[in-house]
Structure formats: structure tokens, C-alpha cells
Design a protein around this ligand. Structure first.
Ligand code: G3H
Ligand code: 13P
Ligand code: ZN
Length: 313
């Protein structure tokens, strides 16, 4: 089937109490790993591309890799999404360039400015049959080399969501309830806890509306260990506990964003193979193992965290 938007995916996910995984893609191995896992488990999936991914791999290469994945996995719905579009121009470029969904992330601007920027993107995207995600509240962490310090992050204010959704016409909303981007989400020694009270207040304000959770990697400690035992230095890398993500998936959260866990799986595989075989220099020897780890991460998320297994049927 051709690329789809997220409209139908989110409607079913909301009603069914599960979430769709949105996984970041940067190269062929990652596209293959995600879509093979989703294909085998009959799960709908969102492939998302950041500005950094477009800079690294080139828009056309990424779109064509995703088109290849559609041919290889014709039975599952796949959406192609722009992750953290910083302005109208990058959103327009992705709408014009074959994406079915874009995120306009104007969350760093004041509320009214966020509304204006988002509305402009929504009008253009909807005219072209593309759906739009926006963000209210600020996540801590790193995106495209922009670091938002924990003290500059802020939770989404539930009293703002209704006006934002009404005035912008946006299709889904990313909120800040304690997640952050990257592999260092919580201070060591503290108990990681998402603000489900804020999420539930938001749900009440905009019933039936799909919510998105960014920064939702769990930072699997087995991969952190392999990386550190094979020359890496990831000290105190901590993610979101998976039971909290499962709880989020059962709520109005219809899209859960995961990138760092894929990076950890890939890096652990590559580091392990190269330490064990210092004589290897064929990229296929180590990328095969890295890709298998990414596939295992995605399969685990679909089955044990998101609950989207079998939902493509
Ligand atoms: O939101 C952050 C995603 O992990 C994308 O990261 O901007 O380094 O590609 P990136
Ligand atoms: P992680 O860094 O937790 O994987 O978050 C990814 C993300 O939110 C992409 O938009
Ligand atoms: Zn994000």
C-alpha cells in the first residue's frame, strides 16, 4: 500500500488503548530493521526523519529507502513524518517532497507565536493532504545539536491545550510531562517518574485528541553495558521505565517517539563485533549485527511496550 497519514492509525490506537511507534531513520540499515520488525509483527509504524537525518542522508535517499520498505512490507501501514520541523520552510519542503505527516516544533516561541506558526503549517499541509503534529511545553535534552537545559524545560500547561488545538487545527499534540531527548533523562539516584497527572488533565480538556510523547527511549542497560565494556563511555545513561510507557500507551498517547534506543542497539552491535574481531573491516560484518539489534529493539517495543502487534490487520 502507499504511504498513509496517521489519521486512521491514531483513531484506532486511541480507541484500542495502544500507541504507534515513531522511530527515527537515518540510513538503510535502520529503515530495514524497523520495517522488518513491524512487518513480521503486523504493526502499523511511523518512520520519522529529523533535519539532521536529511542533512546526513539526503531527503531523496531517505524517501526512496522508505519507498523500498513499502514494497517489501506491503501489508502494513507506514507513515513518513518530519520530526521537529523548526519552521514553515522545512515543513513545506517535506510536504512537497512526499511526506504524509510533519511536525512543526514552535514550542520555543511564546504561546501566541506558536499558534501562528503552527496554523500556517497546518493550512499548507492540509491543502496537500498531509497531517500536522505540534508541540506545547518544552522538553529537555538534545535535538540537532540544540541542547535544552533541564532548568529551561517546562511541562505542558493543560489550560492552554484546548485553545491551541482549536486555533491551529493541528492533528496531534506533543506534550512535555517529564521525558527528554537523548540517553540521560534522569539524574542518577532519583526515581524516574512521568507526570501522569498532567497527561490526564490534558486528556480531559481535549477528549479523543491524539497525544504524542517525545523522548520516550528506555535506554536499555544491556546495550549501555556492552558499549561501555567495548570502549564506550556512557556514564549514568538512564531512560524512561517501560512500565510507564505502557501506561502512557493505554491513555490518549497515540504516538511514542524512540530514537536513542535504536542508536544504542546499533552502537552496541558495532562496538562488540569490532572489539571481538579487530581484523574486520567490511561494514557488512558489523552493520549486520547492529541492524539485528535495532530490529530486536523495535520488535520488543511493538510487543511489550506499545501494544501495536497485529494492529495492521
Ligand atoms: O528529537 C531528536 C531525535 O532523536 C532526532 O535526533 O536531530 O540528532 O537527528 P537528531
Ligand atoms: P529519544 O531520544 O528518547 O529516543 O527521543 C526521540 C524523539 O523524541 C524524537 O523526536
Ligand atoms: Zn522529539
Amino acid at each position: 500500500m502507499p504511504l498513509v497519514t496517521t489519521t486512521d492509525m491514531f483513531k484506532k490506537a486511541y480507541a484500542g488503548g495502544y500507541a504507534i511507534g515513531a522511530f527515527n531513520v537515518n540510513n538503510m540499515e535502520i529503515v530495514q530493521a524497523i520495517t522488518e520488525a513491524a512487518g513480521e509483527l503486523n504493526s502499523p509504524i511511523i518512520l520519522q526523519v529529523s533535519a539532521g537525518a536529511r542533512k546526513y542522508a539526503n531527503h531523496t535517499y531517505l524517501v526512496k529507502l522508505v519507498e523500498a520498505a513499502l514494497i517489501e512490507n506491503p501489508q502494513i501501514p507506514i507513515a513518513l513524518h518530519l520530526d521537529h520541523g523548526a519552521d514553515f520552510d522545512i515543513c513545506k519542503s517535506c510536504v512537497d517532497g512526499g511526506f504524509t505527516s510533519v511536525m512543526i516544533d514552535a514550542s520555543k516561541y511564546p504561546f501566541q507565536e506558536n499558534i501562528e506558526i503552527t496554523k500556517k503549517v497546518v493550512e499548507y499541509a492540509h491543502d496537500h493532504g498531509v497531517v500536522v503534529e505540534a508541540e506545547l511545553g518544552k522538553l529537555a535534552g538534545i535535538e540537532d545539536d540544540v541542547k535544552v537545559k533541564a532548568e529551561d524545560s517546562s511541562y505542558t500547561q493543560p489550560e492552554e491545550v484546548e485553545e491551541f488545538v482549536d486555533k491551529t487545527g493541528v492533528d496531534s499534540l506533543a506534550i512535555a510531562i517529564g521525558t527528554s531527548h537523548g540517553a540521560y533523562k534522569f539524574k542518577p539516584g532519583t526515581k524516574p517518574q512521568l507526570r501522569f497527572d498532567i497527561l490526564h488533565e490534558i486528556e480531559k480538556k481535549i477528549p479523543g485528541f491524539p497525544i504524542v510523547l517525545h523522548g520516550a527511549s528506555s535506554v536499555p542497560q544491556e546495550y549501555v553495558k556492552i558499549i561501555n565494556e567495548n570502549g564506550g563511555a556512557l556514564k549514568d545513561a538512564i531512560g524512561v521505565p517501560e512500565d510507564q510507557l505502557r501506561e502512557a500507551a493505554r491513555s490518549a498517547v497515540c504516538k511514542i517517539n524512540i530514537d536513542s534506543d535504536l542508536r544504542l542497539g546499533l552502537t552496541a552491535g558495532v562496538r562488540e563485533v569490532l572489539s571481538q574481531h579487530p581484523d574486520y573491516f567490511d561494514p557488512r560484518q558489523y552493520l549486520t549485527v547492529g541492524r539485528a539489534n535495532v530490529k530486536a529493539v523495535v520488535a520488543h517495543k511493538i510487543k511489550d511496550v506499545l501494544g501495536s502487534e497485529g494492529k495492521a490487520l
